[in-house]
Design a protein around this ligand. Structure first.
Ligand code: NI
Length: 170
């Protein structure tokens, strides 16, 4: 396994729409284990392949405290959205920034497991928010896209400044 580099906003590669996985093979399994290792290393609860510059529809999530319950979603697809819920969100691709986003409260979605089984789940709460956030990544969308343009512009300037400082240190 290896730790992958996570892209940060405003990197344009975060805007690329990911393509469906056609065959679950050794390469796909390797990608998912690298993604899990990267997510755990960064202390995230979810990671989409788009964030590590892989344009495939793969998501990993683990909401457990002990990081022992990985959920691997291949080609996840939401089929039903219901209700409204607001939650404070963050993202490994938008470091040190949190804001409130409104999303559906309940969703029905399906995905394939690494064993090529099709699973359909009805979920709510944090998991439902997380799945919506990660599927957005696969479509080139970030949680900050839901904020006002002014807020997003300020954030972009701040992050660009930070990136420059980082570069100087290196
Ligand atoms: Ni994210």
């Amino acid at each position: 396994m290896s730790i992958l580099e996570v892209l940060h906003f405003p990197d344009e590669r975060l805007r690329i729409k990911a393509l469906p996985v056609e065959k679950i093979n050794a390469d796909i399994k390797k990608i998912t284990s690298d993604m899990l290792e990267t997510m755990y290393d960064e202390n995230g609860i979810g990671l989409a392949a788009t964030q590590v510059n892989i344009q495939k529809r793969i998501v990993v999530i683990d909401l457990s405290e002990e990081k022992t319950e990985p959920l691997i979603l291949i080609n996840p697809e939401i089929t039903k959205l219901e209700g409204k819920e607001t939650m404070r969100e963050g993202c490994l691709s938008v470091p040190d920034y949190y804001d409130t986003v409104e999303r559906a409260e309940n969703i029905v979605f399906n995905y394939k497991t690494l064993e090529d089984e099709l699973v359909t789940l009805e979920i709510d709460g944090l998991l439902a928010v997380c799945v919506q956030h990660e599927i957005d990544h696969l479509d080139g969308k970030l949680f900050i896209d839901y904020l006002s343009p002014l807020k997003r512009q300020r954030l972009k300037k701040k992050l660009e400044k930070l990136e420059k400082l980082d570069n100087k240190i290196l």
